[in-house]
Design a protein around this ligand. Structure first.
Ligand code: SF4
Length: 356
């Protein structure tokens, strides 16, 4: 059996499992599922995600809401609309809310974010609050924590600083991002990170390095997505990359699923979310993730008129539906798959309590 070999980071076994297809892939999925169910059963926790602003100061080469995308109409959800979103989350009995936006470090932005976190915590103290608003300074992260945020998600995107440099403008630094993740751990957040699988220029060795990075740095939760191209980005405008992506997207999605299965085998009690981007490849993409490795789903609660302006990648699914439809649709799929939706619970990472 390959469980022990994977846990020992046996290089050959990792390569074989990352590229697994057919029978070997089923064996890998079966093992990951069994390990996941030993910790979480068939339970799936809900987080309502509010993408409250698409304004970003950065220019990541892969992202549709990058500052340089002048075609995009920018928005910021008002406080009143956020209260409406929270009412929906409360009624649907989701245990948690996620506030996500582009990265801004202006005082106006920080004040706004702090206010919405404070209001949320005051009005709905039972809700687990996650923030995902890019790299922020230590003092501000401390204030957010004091205001009621308990989790922070900041994707490292790749553990390879060289690949990171190829995907980001010079002024963005892998080391700074890693430092921010360390600050979050120091502040006792439940810290989430993640990478994109299937990036141009990414190798199998990079993915092995990512897995090692996750294990070594004791992260509590993961938001990992398959790379999906966006036409209004430097990567998406490159004809060579476009062709490469079209030709390899199915193969890369397969590797992505294997990557998550291995992650679950290596880290049985972390939280793993099923990213919406999975549904670009397959309308049951998120469900496939939940059946193999994931235990968290984040249905969108973003106001309907903002959804088509928050496209980090192309062909994002469900952008024409409201929060109610997003909820019913995924709930139906979860039940059909024999999984067990959990309501009214925050669903915190057991790994966090173990290492704290
Ligand atoms: S990935 Fe994040 S930081 Fe980079 S451009 Fe997009 S929203 Fe901004």
């Amino acid at each position: 059996m390959f469980k022990k070999k994977l846990q020992k980071f046996d290089h050959k076994t990792l390569i074989k499992c990352l590229q697994a297809e057919d029978e070997l892939q089923q064996e890998l999925f079966q093992l990951a599922r069994q390990i996941k169910e030993e910790v979480f059963g068939k339970k799936i926790w809900f987080r309502g995600i509010i993408e409250f602003s698409n304004i970003c100061q950065n220019n990541c080469f892969y992202c549709g809401i990058r500052k340089g995308n002048k075609k995009l109409e920018r928005f910021k959800v008002s406080k009143e609309e956020i209260l409406d979103c929270l009412k929906f989350i409360d009624k649907a009995n989701y245990g948690s809310v996620v506030y996500q936006s582009g990265e801004l470090i202006s005082e106006i932005f920080k004040k706004y974010l702090l206010e919405i976190v404070k209001t949320t915590h005051k009005k709905y103290p039972q809700l687990g609050i996650t923030v995902s608003c890019g790299e922020q300074d230590f003092n501000f992260l401390k204030k957010l924590k004091q205001a009621g945020a308990i989790r922070y998600l900041l994707r490292i995107e790749t553990s390879n600083p060289e690949l990171y440099a190829n995907l980001h403008p010079e002024k963005m630094s892998w080391e700074k991002r890693f430092g921010c993740l360390k600050s979050l751990q120091k502040l006792d957040y439940q810290v989430g990170t993640g990478v994109m699988v299937g990036l141009p220029g990414q190798t199998i060795e990079d993915l092995i390095r990512d897995l090692k990075f996750f294990v070594d740095n004791k992260f509590d939760m993961f938001g990992i997505g398959p790379y999906v191209i966006h036409k209004d980005t430097p990567l998406g405008k490159d004809a060579k990359i476009q062709n490469w992506w079209q030709e390899n997207k199915e193969k890369n999605f397969n590797i992505f699923l294997n990557f998550l299965a291995i992650l679950r085998i290596l880290l049985p009690n972390v939280n793993i979310a099923a990213a919406t981007a999975c549904d670009v490849f397959d309308s049951s993409g998120r469900i496939k993730v939940l059946q193999v490795a994931g235990n968290v789903i984040m249905p969108s609660v973003t106001p309907k008129d903002c959804r088509d302006k928050y496209l980090l990648y192309q062909n994002k699914p469900n952008i024409d539906e409201g929060a109610d439809k997003s909820f019913k649709c995924i709930l139906n799929k979860i039940k059909k798959a024999g999984l067990e939706p959990v309501f009214g619970e925050q669903g915190n990472s057991p790994f966090y309590y173990k290492h704290n």
